[in-house]
Ligand binder design. Sequence first.
Ligand code: HPA
Length: 270
Amino acid sequence: MLEKINQTKAFIQSKTHLKPELGIILGTGLGGLVDEITIQDVITYKDIPNFPLSTVEGHSGKLIFGTLGGKSVVAMQGRFHYYEGYNMQEVTFPVRVMKMLGVSRLFVSNASGGVNPTFEIGDLMIINDHINFFPAHPLTGKNEKSLGVRFPDLSEAYDKNLIKKAKEIAEQLDIKVQEGVYMGLSGPSFETPAEYRMVRILGADAVGMSTVPEIIVARHMGLDCFAMSIITDLGVEGKIVEVTHEDVQNVAMKAEKKMTRIMKALIEGL
Ligand code: HPA
């Protein structure tokens, strides 16, 4: 794996001189943040050695290098999901590469189903912890010591300081934010009512199909992480209705502006 990471790093560094300090995964809800980046270089995933190809609708695949709020950033436009058939090492490979390019902080977004009964469709949720319910873990197999320890600590998977700042920013901008625990499940089916109930009973506030593997790998390598979710549907008894990928995208599109403003201000203020 180390050889692959170094090969990919060398290729990227032959295409851009930008040395990113921050990594951003432009998941659902952050697509618009790309318009705030002063772009220096763009590399298409299909040109990058060892990078998987994105297959899901609404996620194009590009690595974007530029500046945002005075910080040099690398942004992933399109991420890899476990449900697409990639293994966890593939899903998290770009995070490994971002770290090797010099990134020390990772910003992530996603869409999720809310199971906290106080949540509403279109709410933003700052993720303050997660429950890994994927059937595979990205750190299984031989541990590469130069990347991180065998048994990484996850007592503060989501940086408390970044959460505090984001909440202050949301208040200043008069944007309502929720805060809570995200459970990561494999998908690609949405949950049954019984599964949503299980998610709630197990202690989560929202459920989705991404983010957890990337955060685990980012923490393995010592990156400070911040993640935010758009609640695109509700898995709350009495409020469960049919949900499609299009519904998820439509709600996300409406909430995107709010999330973009918070992320931009958070990054600017670092
Ligand atoms: N469940 C899982 N993933 C999701 C959901 C959901 O309800 N909404 C958006 N992503």
